[in-house]
Design a binder for this molecule. Structure first.
Ligand code: ATP
Length: 260
């Protein structure tokens, strides 16, 4: 059996008066692909934040890759944790090329004072090729479409050579074709690099077919977890979101059958 690489025990996180996590526990094994869904404010992003060593725990403890996160070791653990967020609005005048953005992923490994070597640039070019962006290497980052920007964000994350792959709504605001391209890419990277992946999404149609386990979150707690087939029933989803949900599930099934 694969080892546990994320172990969250009874985590409580609050932002002043808002309690984001209310004693949440979760274990994730190496090479698992876990989809995380739940309504707005359920605590999904906060969950990724504590795995990333950036969240402040009021109670509980979090172990990542065999080390309990402390205020002092978050920075070094973060080198092994890749993070891709939603598409951001980038100023088109930002004077940074795609290749330079991807190199940012290597700075944690390089340290501040070392200049990138030829080997570092080779890795950058290799991951840009992997995400299908070699042809846009020299373009300013702000001149890319949303789907292209997400490919660059994934390349930056891979340049870091992470063991954990955290994605927070990476397909939000992308069109259907770009969404399906990103989902396919994430699955391919997860499989080929033997990563452990946590994938947060709002859109059930964007839950990758690769998900071995789905975690349903509500009000700062895990409300249910299990295989997608068991868990993603109309009844469960309607309860989770407090609204009738069968239309969304139909959408998801359609998407899966298209990808199949
Ligand atoms: P969404 O689906 O809307 O992105 P989420 O499930 O990711 O939501 P979180 O972003 O983790 O949820 O937020 C959980 C709770 O914590 C919410 O009530 C939110 O308002 C609060 N919260 C999150 N970040 C902050 C912050 N920086 N300051 C204050 N409150 C915050």
């Amino acid at each position: 059996m694969k080892s546990t690489v994320i172990d969250i025990e009874n985590a409580v996180v609050s932002y002043r008066e808002d309690i984001a996590l209310r004693g949440l526990s979760l274990k994730v094994r190496s090479e698992e692909f876990v989809g995380i869904i739940g309504p707005n404010g359920a605590g999904k992003t906060t969950l990724l934040t504590i795995v990333n060593g950036l969240g402040k725990l009021l109670h509980g403890r979090v172990s990542v890759l065999g080390h309990y996160i402390t205020p002092g070791n978050g920075h070094s653990l973060r080198k092994q944790v890749g993070y891709v967020a939603q598409v951001q609005n980038i100023d088109p005048r930002m004077p940074i090329s795609v290749r330079e953005v991807v190199m940012i992923g290597r700075y944690g490994l390089l340290g501040l004072l070392r200049r990138p070597s030829r080997h570092d640039w080779e890795i950058v070019d290799e991951v840009l090729a992997l995400v299908g962006m070699s042809h846009l290497t020299w373009r300013p980052i702000g001149h890319l479409s949303g789907g292209e920007q997400q490919r660059v964000a994934i390349a930056r994350c891979l340049a870091q050579e992470p063991e954990l792959f955290l994605l927070d709504e990476p397909t939000a605001s992308l069109d259907w074709k770009a969404q399906s391209g990103i989902l396919e890419l994430v699955k391919q990277i997860h499989d080929s690099r033997h990563l452990t992946t946590l994938f947060v999404t709002h859109d059930l149609s964007c839950l990758p077919v690769a998900c071995g386990r789905v975690v349903l979150m509500k009000e700062g707690l895990i409300w249910g977890e299990g295989s997608p087939d068991e868990l993603l029933t109309d009844a469960n989803l309607s309860q989770l979101y407090d609204m009738p949900i069968s239309a969304v599930v139909r959408l998801r099934k359609q998407t899966i059958s298209v990808q199949d």
